[in-house]
Design a protein around this ligand. Structure first.
Ligand code: FES
Length: 121
């Protein structure tokens, strides 16, 4: 295991999250970063990845595999209490954790894959 304190992934190691084509048509993809669950989506051409942990209760956001968006597909939504997060920054704009944010991961695209790594502020 390569996990930091409190379930935060170790820093600095790039890891493949998914294929770029897995994110077609607004899809999201789950992955595990050093045993920490994460997910990634495309916002335009920008790959945005987050640790799969709602800032409200610290639990995973989704109930269904790879399902992280609300019905209109614009925002990330927590399945438990419905908090909404912006796809490009992970800012909570509505719900019990409004003003808080998801933990973002650094991303890059290379050779048809999305790579992610954890780099704390
Ligand atoms: S656990 Fe996500 S909004 Fe409550």
């Amino acid at each position: 295991m390569n996990t930091g304190i409190g379930g935060t992934p170790a820093t600095g190691e790039w890891q493949i999250a998914c294929r770029v084509e897995d994110l077609a048509d607004g899809a999201c993809a789950q992955f595990s970063l050093s045993d920490t669950p994460g997910f990634v989506l495309l916002h335009g051409d920008l790959a945005c990845a987050y640790i799969n942990r709602c800032p409200h209760l610290g639990i995973e956001l989704n109930w269904m595999p790879n399902r992280f968006k609300e019905a209109d597909g614009h925002f990330i939504q927590c399945a438990t209490h419905g908090a909404l997060f912006t796809p490009d920054r992970g800012d909570c704009i509505a719900g019990p954790c409004q003003g808080d944010a998801l933990t973002a991961l650094e991303t890059r695209q290379q050779d048809g894959y999305i790579w992610v790594r954890f780099t704390p502020d």
